[in-house]
Design a binder for this molecule. Structure first.
Ligand SMILES: [Mn+2]
Length: 329
C-alpha cells in the first residue's frame, strides 16, 4: 500500500468506519462521478459487511450517473437531520469545503464530532473530526477502494463498477494529468472484481439526450478565443438552456471541449443559473487555476477548479478574463 495510506488519518478513518454500526455518506453539491460512485460503493460495501448505511445528495443525480442507483435513490437534503441522527458516523466524500455542501453547513457544524472526511482537494475547511485528505490521489474512488480493502469489506461487481466509474470519470477516462500508477492499479483491481469499462463508458458518456448536444452546439458557437488563442471562454445563458430544451445539470465536460484546440492554455466556462453564475476553469499545464478560483472564493485543483459568483454573467466573464490574462501574459 502507498505511503499516504498508512497515514494516521487513514488509519483513524478505517477504525471509525469499522466500528460504526450505522453510517451516512454524502458528497458535494452538483455531484460528479467520483463523489457519486464513491458514495454508492461505500454504502454497498458497508451493507455487505453487515452495517446499516444511508446515502444522501443535496442536488439531483445527473441522468448519466443514475445507473449507479438502480435499486435505490439517495435521500435528499430534507432527510439529512433524521438520517444523521440515526447514524454513528457521517462520511463526507470528495469535498471538504462548506461552500460545496450547500444548505447543510449549520447542520454539519453541529455534528462535527461524528463527521469524517475523505477527500483529495486542496481546499479544506474544518468540516470533520477526522479528515483524510490526499491531494495526490487521482480520485476519491481510489482512496475509498483502499479503505474498503483495508477493512476487508466485500467488493461485488456493483461495488467495483461504482468505484471504477469514480476513478475513470475523475481521470477523464485515464487521460488527465492525475492518471498515475495508483489510479491504474485501482482500476485494474476493479476490473478483476467485475467492473466492465466498456459498459460503464457507454452508460456515462454515450447516453446523452439530444437536448444536451443542442446546448453544446450553442456553447461552442459562442466560444471566444483571446490572448493569441491561449484563453478560451464559453458562456451559457439561461436562454441557451431554454432554446436547447436542456437542463442545468447537462453541462458537465463542456469545458474540456475547448482544450481540443492546441493553443488553449486556460479554459473558462460560465453558466448562468437561477441565482448565481457557476464558473469552471481548466488549465493545460502552465497555469494554476485553483489560485484564480480562490480569488473569487472558489477552489479545486491546479488543472481543474471552479467557483460561484453573484455577479451578472457579463461582469463575471470580464473579471475572469482579466484574472486569466494576468496569469497568461
Ligand atoms: Mn473527485
Amino acid at each position: 500500500m502507498c505511503e499516504k495510506c498508512v497515514s494516521e488519518d487513514f488509519q483513524t478513518i478505517v477504525e471509525r468506519l469499522g466500528s460504526a454500526g450505522t453510517f451516512l455518506v454524502l458528497t458535494h453539491a452538483r455531484p460528479d462521478g467520483d463523489g457519486l460512485g464513491t458514495m454508492a460503493a461505500l454504502v454497498a460495501a458497508g451493507r455487505a459487511a453487515g452495517k446499516t448505511a444511508h446515502m444522501l445528495v443535496s442536488d439531483s443525480v445527473p441522468p448519466r450517473y443514475k445507473f449507479l442507483f438502480d435499486t435505490e435513490r439517495p435521500a435528499r437534503a430534507d432527510d439529512f437531520a433524521k438520517l444523521a441522527d440515526e447514524s454513528d458516523l457521517i462520511v463526507i466524500v470528495d469535498t471538504c469545503a462548506f461552500a460545496q455542501l450547500d444548505g447543510l453547513t449549520d447542520a454539519l457544524r453541529a455534528r462535527r464530532n461524528k463527521i469524517i472526511v475523505i477527500d483529495h482537494h486542496a481546499t479544506a475547511d474544518d468540516v470533520g473530526s477526522v479528515q483524510w485528505i490526499d491531494t495526490s490521489a487521482a480520485a476519491v474512488g481510489v482512496m475509498a477502494g483502499e479503505i474498503i480493502e483495508s477493512l476487508d469489506w466485500p467488493v461485488d461487481d456493483h461495488i467495483a463498477e461504482a468505484l471504477f466509474a469514480a476513478v475513470a470519470s475523475d481521470t477523464g477516462w485515464f487521460r488527465f494529468s492525475n492518471t498515475d500508477p495508483r489510479a491504474l492499479r485501482s482500476a485494474a483491481g476493479l476490473i478483476e472484481r467485475g467492473a466492465q469499462p466498456d459498459l460503464i463508458y457507454n452508460r456515462i458518456y454515450q447516453s446523452d439526450r439530444p437536448e444536451r448536444l443542442r446546448l453544446l452546439q450553442r456553447a461552442l458557437a459562442g466560444m471566444e478565443l483571446r490572448c493569441q488563442n491561449r484563453l478560451a471562454v464559453m458562456t451559457i445563458h439561461k436562454s441557451d438552456f431554454d432554446a436547447a430544451g436542456a437542463r442545468a445539470n447537462e453541462t458537465e465536460n463542456f469545458i474540456n471541449e475547448t482544450l481540443r484546440i492546441k493553443t488553449v492554455e486556460v479554459a473558462v466556462l460560465l453558466v448562468e443559473g437561477p441565482d448565481c453564475v457557476r464558473v469552471s476553469l481548466r488549465s493545460r499545464e502552465m497555469i494554476d487555476v485553483a489560485s484564480i478560483a480562490a480569488r473569487f472564493g472558489g477552489g479545486g485543483h491546479a488543472r481543474a477548479a471552479g467557483l460561484r459568483t453573484e455577479e451578472n454573467l457579463e461582469t463575471a466573464k470580464q473579471q475572469l478574463i482579466n484574472a486569466c490574462l494576468e496569469k497568461l501574459i
